[in-house]
Design a protein around this ligand. Structure first.
Ligand code: ATR
Length: 281
C-alpha cells in the first residue's frame, strides 16, 4: 500500500520500543486488508507522555498501543478506561471514539481467543491453576474468571501477590492464593495450568517452574513464554503425551483485537502470526 495523504497513523508508546514486534505484525495486517493505516513505534520520555497523548489526538491518530513502562500511567491521560483494563490494572490499547481516548486491555481476551483457537479448551466450569501473579497473570486470570472458570488457584513466589490477585478475581469466581509448596495439589485438581512467570525464558531455557512429576493426563499446559516457542515445561508435557498451548498466540490475538477496535474489520490473524514468526527467527 502506498503512503498517501489518506493514510491514518496508529502506533505504540513505550520505553524502550526498539525490540517490539508490533510494527511488523500490525503493518502486515493493514497491508493484508489493504487498509490505509500505518503503525509506528514511539520511544517516549516519561515527562513527555501527556504531550504525546494530546499530540496524537491533534494529529488524527485512530488509536495506539501502550507498553512498558506506561501501561498504568497512561490512564491519567484517557477519557475512559473500560472494565477489562480497570480489572487488569493496565491499559495496552487505546481507541479514539467520538473525540475521546478510551483505554482497554486486549491481553486477557487475546489469551482466551488463542486458547480456544489452538486447543478448543473452554474454561467454563473448569478448575485452573495460574503460576505467577504479575501483569500477565492478572490479564489471564481476569479473562478466565469472566469466561466462567469454576475456580482459580494462584501460586506465586511472593505469596502476598497471589493473595492480592485472588482477591481481585473473587468478584467473578472462586479464587485462592496457594503457597508454592502446594503447587502439586493445585495442579492435581486442575484441567488447565497457565505459566505466566519468566522462568524458562531465553536464555534460561533449562529452567521450569513446574516439575514434570506434577503434570498429569487430562491437564492442558499453557505457557505464556514465546521465546523459545517451546519451553522446557512444554517440551516435558509434550513428551508425557499431555496437551500444550504455546505463548505466541496470545501475542498475535491481543494485537488482532486492537486492530479490530481501530479499524472495525476482522483481523487477518494468520498473516499476523506468520509475520511475527518471521520477525522472531
Ligand atoms: P509480567 O507482566 O510478564 O507478568 P511481572 O508483572 O514482572 O511480569 O511478573 C513477573 C511474575 O513472574 C511474578 O509473578 C514473579 O514473582 P514475584 O511476584 O515473586 O516477583 C514471577 N517470577 C519472575 N522471576 C521468578 C523466579 N525466578 N522465580 C519465581 N517467580 C518468578
Amino acid at each position: 500500500m502506498e503512503i498517501t495523504s489518506q493514510v491514518r497513523p496508529v502506533g505504540l508508546l513505550g520505553r524502550p520500543v526498539a525490540h517490539s514486534k508490533s510494527p511488523q505484525m500490525m503493518n502486515a495486517a493493514f497491508q493484508h486488508r489493504n487498509l490505509p493505516y500505518v503503525y509506528l513505534a514511539f520511544d517516549v520520555e516519561k515527562e513527555r507522555m501527556a504531550d504525546a497523548v494530546v499530540g496524537m489526538a491533534s494529529l488524527g491518530f485512530q488509536g495506539f498501543n501502550v507498553t512498558i513502562p506506561y501501561k498504568v500511567a497512561v490512564m491519567d491521560y484517557l477519557d475512559e478506561v473500560e472494565e477489562a483494563a480497570q480489572a487488569i490494572g493496565a491499559v495496552n490499547t487505546v481507541v479514539r471514539q467520538e473525540n475521546r481516548w478510551v483505554g482497554t486491555n486486549t491481553d486477557g481476551e487475546g489469551y482466551l481467543r488463542s486458547l480456544s483457537d489452538e486447543t478448543g479448551f473452554n474454561p467454563r466450569g473448569e478448575a485452573v491453576t495460574i503460576v505467577g501473579a504479575g501483569g500477565a497473570a492478572r490479564a489471564v486470570g481476569y479473562a478466565l474468571a469472566r469466561a466462567g472458570a469454576a475456580s482459580i488457584a494462584i501460586v506465586n513466589r511472593t505469596p502476598a501477590k497471589a493473595d492480592e490477585l485472588a482477591h481481585r478475581l473473587s468478584r467473578w469466581t472462586k479464587a485462592e492464593g496457594i503457597a508454592p509448596a502446594r503447587l502439586g495439589e493445585a495442579i492435581a485438581r486442575s484441567s488447565l495450568v497457565v505459566q505466566t512467570t519468566s522462568i524458562g525464558m531465553h536464555p534460561h531455557v533449562d529452567d521450569t517452574p513446574i516439575k514434570k512429576e506434577l503434570l498429569h493426563a487430562g491437564l492442558l499446559v499453557s505457557d505464556l513464554i514465546y521465546h523459545p516457542r517451546e519451553t522446557r515445561l512444554l517440551r516435558e508435557a509434550k513428551e508425557a503425551g499431555i496437551l500444550i498451548h504455546e505463548g505466541l498466540g496470545m501475542l498475535v490475538h491481543q494485537a488482532a483485537l486492537a486492530f479490530e477496535r481501530w479499524t472495525g474489520r476482522e483481523a487477518p490473524v494468520e498473516s499476523m502470526r506468520q509475520r511475527l514468526e518471521e520477525s522472531l527467527d
